[in-house]
Design a protein around this ligand. Sequence first.
Ligand code: UD1
Length: 431
Amino acid sequence: MESLVIEGNHTLRGRVRVSGSKNVSLPLIAASLLTDEPVIIEDVPCLLDVCIMKEIVSEIGMGVGTEKHNLYLDASTVNRFTASHSLINQIRASILLLGPLLARFGRAKISAPGGCSIGSRPLDLHWKGLAAMGVKFTQRNGWVEARSNRLIGNHIYLDCPSVGATENIMMAATLAKGETIIENAALEPEVVELSGFLTAMGASISGAGTSIIRIKGVSSLKGARYRVIPDRIEAGTYMIVAAMVGGGVIIENVVLDHLKPLTAKLEEAGVQVVESKPGEVTVTPASFLQAVDIETMPYPGFPTDLQPPFSSLMTQAHGLGTIRETVFENRFRHVEGLTRMGADIRLNGQSLSITGNSNLWGNRVQATDLRGGAALVLAALAAEGKTEILEAHHLDRGYEDLELKINNLGGNVYRKRSRQEDYAQASASYA
Ligand code: UD1
């Protein structure tokens, strides 16, 4: 396993460019299965989750080519309706194959998808939504086999505004007979982008970005070329980095409109966030960082994915900040690492009370999930001495060129392999 070693206490300055959105790229790759014409997706980040998604669709028979950040996909050759469990169970987004495969081929087989271990993450809304459109499911040996004739549009009410379920149903509905209405749909920008991509492919969708999405099924979809929007969670993470250890950081390729809840909380804490020019944000730390309270919510509320990094920021604020997590039930796994680094945090059910002004010091800590790992990186940047973050692969799932980007800002981060890996590589070179 690789770890990240971070020397703390550097003031970061300069420019950092945000990569294309992971959570847009993944559903767009899945949606490309809906057509037999070529698709080009631009500004796809080079991340572990994206690589795994590409491997999954290749196994299904899709042609996949990459040139820099452009992805060339060709689903005219798809000849399988499932992929290896060892790939499916590495990412949550593998569930998004169901909708497109069922819509185009009437069959799909999937095992339990993976992803960050941040709660039970049920899939009932995916099953219910697709079943309402005529899909029959059978379960055997940990696999779910789904079959349907041509899907039939229906009126689907989601018990909660799940991003993944909204996306899966929306993709399935594009080729269904008749109209599908998704009520209590997720409002996230990623859903709006998927709708934009599907519309570019010839789908008939209205209402994306509101809680009622209407999709009129069409008989086929065509190829498209689409550019992925900036990753709002990566952007938000660098905004928090800049607030915590920055001396004037300019973040490029940001849609600030997608980050209103974060901007509001940073400003409430005394941080200055200025859109210096369109798509470019300058973040100046507070002279007196005030503790604030946050509560995570579906968009446009405060994003759960920025809750762990924000809790690191609160360890440096003056006063007591409370953080309530309402989206996932196990999203405080970074707290142990922060506490080991000197943070004063009390965990009480789904809430954290963080007493700020802590002197953090370097330690050996473990990343347990993607955004929890980011929280530890932030704390390490602010800490005295060196921190080693074990299991750095979690960060590779969502932060492109993390070390490079931080080092370009004046940080000191490097990657370290475990002794076993060094030994394995040395042995391989003698083989
Ligand atoms: C997506 C994002 C993830 C983000 C999350 C919430 C991707 C690849 N991942 O995950 O980074 O943290 O949105 O913004 O886009 N739920 C159910 N039943 C279901 C589906 C979901 O109860 O069938 C619940 C979940 O347990 C959770 C809530 O709904 O409590 C939100 O989950 P959802 O929006 O589906 O998240 P993901 O799509 O998995």
